[in-house]
Design a protein around this ligand. Structure first.
Ligand code: UD1
Length: 362
């Protein structure tokens, strides 16, 4: 059986790593890895390959950045040639990024079976580019490998037959479990003692100047209570620099928001594990904080990962900054959510994927 995995951006890398590792012990399985190059900066890409021990990609498409249409189209053009050349039995796609939907569409049109890892998540918010990617990818997939119990109901409502769906659990948490012992604090000058961790990059938060301004004002206030470590995504840095005179540098010098470059995976795990709480708009951090038992405040009106709020440590605050401030005070008063880890977020999801796929076969 020949599997061709497609990854493109940071949140894919922690999902593919355990799957490739789990299939390696099967002599009857051949694996090819394609990196689309949607993320290309070393600290958004290469460092994850090293730390997660992902093999060097067999094919790099080097598509780079662009508008959604341009980036998706460029991936499709280049990926079609790769599929024709390699002729895999399955194309495996991960998560909800542009590379995911582009590869699924190419494979499906060439009559190659598609397996979607992390299928069935829905925010029900079609202004979010990832939601469109999820909807289309799931319609095109032959095998829907789900990470959360509500996914099956979401897929059933969209007419996906239950025979195509397997609840295997969360491969992201396989990676958390695999590397949590190696979590390593990055060297952050000026940081000793308690802190909060912040990550933020969603267009809905950073591309709208009025929203971004309000969020930054709240973060300045919160940083008076405890320092906020902020590894900054390139999109966010560009938006803050365009918004305020002095930009990110000014923010860092006039508040206790400690801005750093994006960090690697083991550094991100350590920063989450030791934080009093996390403020984020990332899907991955909502799940990782639930696995680590750290309170998480999510600056989004909705989430495609509701189990992190119903069972885990996550609280959605939307863009209501009064609510954010109130939730921070609650946590600092020792009343943060304790949560519990959902079923099948146990470090063995990739093994279940191997079982499912080797049973179905090529
Ligand atoms: C993408 C994913 C998002 C994921 C996020 C994680 C889609 C639609 N979005 O969003 O789901 O949560 O990755 O980071 O696929 N840039 C760099 N260096 C890079 C890559 C990008 O500087 O290596 C800059 C470029 O200016 C680019 C911008 O960041 O225009 C945004 O990158 P892009 O890949 O389009 O989207 P993300 O916001 O990273």
């Amino acid at each position: 059986m020949h599997l061709l995995h497609v990854v493109g951006a940071r949140p894919n890398f922690m999902k593919v790593a355990p799957v490739i590792r789990a299939f390696r012990s099967h002599s009857g399985v051949r694996q090819t890895l394609v990196h689309t190059g949607q993320h290309y900066d070393p600290n958004l890409s290469d460092i994850f390959f090293e730390q997660l021990e992902i093999p060097r990609p067999d094919v790099s498409l080097e598509v780079g950045s662009g508008s959604h249409a341009r980036q998706t189209a460029e991936i499709m053009l280049r990926f079609e040639e790769v599929v024709l050349e390699h002729g895999p039995d399955w194309v495996m796609v991960y998560g909800d990024i542009n590379s995911t939907v582009a590869a699924a569409l190419v494979a499906a049109k060439l009559g190659i079976k598609v397996a979607h890892v992390e299928a069935g998540l829905r925010s029900f918010d079609r202004t979010m580019p990832e939601e469109l990617n999820r909807l289309v990818t799931d319609q095109l997939s032959d095998l829907l490998l789900t990470s959360s119990p509500e996914a099956e109901g979401n897929l059933a409502r969209e007419g996906v037959p239950s025979e195509k769906i397997r609840y295997v659990g969360n491969v992201m948490i396989d990676t958390v479990r695999h590397l949590v012992e190696q979590a390593r604090m990055p060297d952050i000058p000026g940081l000793d003692g308690d802190y909060a961790l912040l990550t933020m990059h969603r267009p809905s938060n950073v591309d709208v100047p009025a929203t971004l301004r309000e969020i930054l004002a709240a973060l300045r206030d919160i940083s008076r209570k405890l320092p906020i470590v902020f590894p900054i995504h390139p999109r966010t840095k560009a938006r803050i620099d365009a918004l305020e005179s002095g930009g990110v540098r000014q923010l860092a010098s006039t508040s206790r928001v400690i801005v750093t470059d994006p960090v690697g995976y083991v550094e991100s795990l350590a920063l989450q594990k030791h934080a009093r709480f996390v403020i984020t708009d990332s899907g991955g951090l909502q799940e990782e904080t639930t696995a680590l038992g750290v309170p998480c405040l999510t600056i989004r009106e909705n989430t495609e990962r509701p189990i992190t709020a119903t069972e885990g440590t996550n609280t959605l605050v939307g863009t209501d900054m009064e609510l954010l401030r109130a939730e921070v005070d609650k946590i600092l008063a020792g009343k943060g959510k304790a949560g519990r880890v959902p079923d099948k977020w146990d470090g063995h999801a990739a093994e279940r994927i191997v079982d499912v796929m080797t049973t179905i076969g090529g």
